[in-house]
Design a protein around this ligand. Structure first.
Ligand code: PPS
Length: 290
């Protein structure tokens, strides 16, 4: 089995064939982004599902119903995935979407709109660990091989959605001005309440203290693990085998320390630091977890 059995190549990026088709990508390219849309952007395994749990309640005044009744991939659908067509006509404004796409591949309507973007980054060493287990779970993803092999593929961009460094740098684009809010997974772990307040302020929204408490409770890792609308238990085991590892796996900062040898860490840091040179985001590597 090789990459072409699982992935189509879209502008140089591998995308899983089971979630993306030529038609879904054409639909994505001509998607009409509206000014009041909110788009959650992440490189995979950076905290997407967590924010998909939070965002709908912030946009609807704290009503938990969508989070308890609609699977996350239909609740905050990916712009580029096949399933968006199923729900897009039912979404009411302000709509919330997800995307793993780099900045330059966004639909042309995005660039002329005022839609807001929430961009989450995570320490790439924890991203690669989370991604490694995800590739073991998903029958629609290439077997990751050993952790070292998978890390090599991650560093060269030979994984879904390409290189982490390209993605992060693409979204650090000054043209976005105050349309974008940058948050980190590590900040969410440290102070989810503070992050939610920042998101509320960015979106110009408010929640009552009670509603805020409910959102915080609902998006706690242990509660999300119990929420069938968010833990991917609705996906058949033949596609996503969670019998050994759960999609909501550990939910911590620094699990990379249990996976990286010192040699691999040195190599990883050297490659990422080199590629992030000249940006103010290289510090993401070793910030909160050492
Ligand atoms: S995906 O496939 O791109 O949508 O994956 P994504 O949701 O971005 O990333 C999955 C990782 O996020 C962790 N997660 C959480 N951590 C802490 N608290 C909460 N509530 C939470 N929700 C999701 C999830 O466990 C994955 O990380 P790992 O390190 O594998 O546990």
């Amino acid at each position: 089995m090789e990459n072409s059995d699982f992935y189509l190549v879209y502008n140089g990026l591998f995308l899983p064939k089971s979630l993306h088709t030529e038609d879904s990508l054409k639909y994505f390219e001509s998607f009409q982004v509206q000014d009041d849309d909110v788009i959650l952007i992440t490189y995979p395994k950076s905290g997407t599902t967590w924010m998909q749990e939070i965002l709908p309640s912030l946009l609807n005044g704290g009503d938990p119903t969508p989070v308890l009744t609609i699977p996350n991939w239909l609740r905050v659908p990916w712009l580029e995935e096949v399933s968006i067509a199923e729900v897009v006509d039912r979404l009411t404004a302000p709509r919330a979407f997800t995307s793993h796409m780099p900045y330059h591949l966004m639909p042309s309507s995005f660039f002329s709109s005022k839609a807001k973007v929430i961009y989450i980054t995570r320490n790439p060493k924890d991203v690669v660990v989370s991604n490694y287990y995800f590739n073991q779970m998903g029958s629609f993803l290439l077997d990751p091989g050993t952790f070292e092999e998978f890390t090599d593929n991650f560093l060269t961009g030979n994984v879904i959605f390409g290189k982490w460094t390209d993605h992060v740098k693409s979204w650090k684009n000054p043209d976005l001005g105050d349309r974008i809010l940058y948050i980190t997974y590590e900040e969410m772990i440290q102070d989810v309440c503070g992050v939610i307040k920042r998101v509320l302020s960015f979106l110009g929204r408010q929640l009552s203290e009670d509603a805020l408490k409910r959102v915080i409770e609902q998006c706690a890792f242990k509660n999300m693990k119990q929420n069938n609308m968010s833990n991917y238990s609705l996906v058949p085991q033949e596609h996503l085998d969670q019998s050994k590892v759960s999609f909501l796996r550990k939910g911590v900062v620094g699990d990379w320390k249990n996976h990286f040898s010192s040699e691999l860490e040195a190599k990883f840091n050297a490659v990422i630091s080199e590629e992030m040179k000249g940006t103010d985001i290289g510090c993401l590597l070793d910030e909160e977890d050492n």
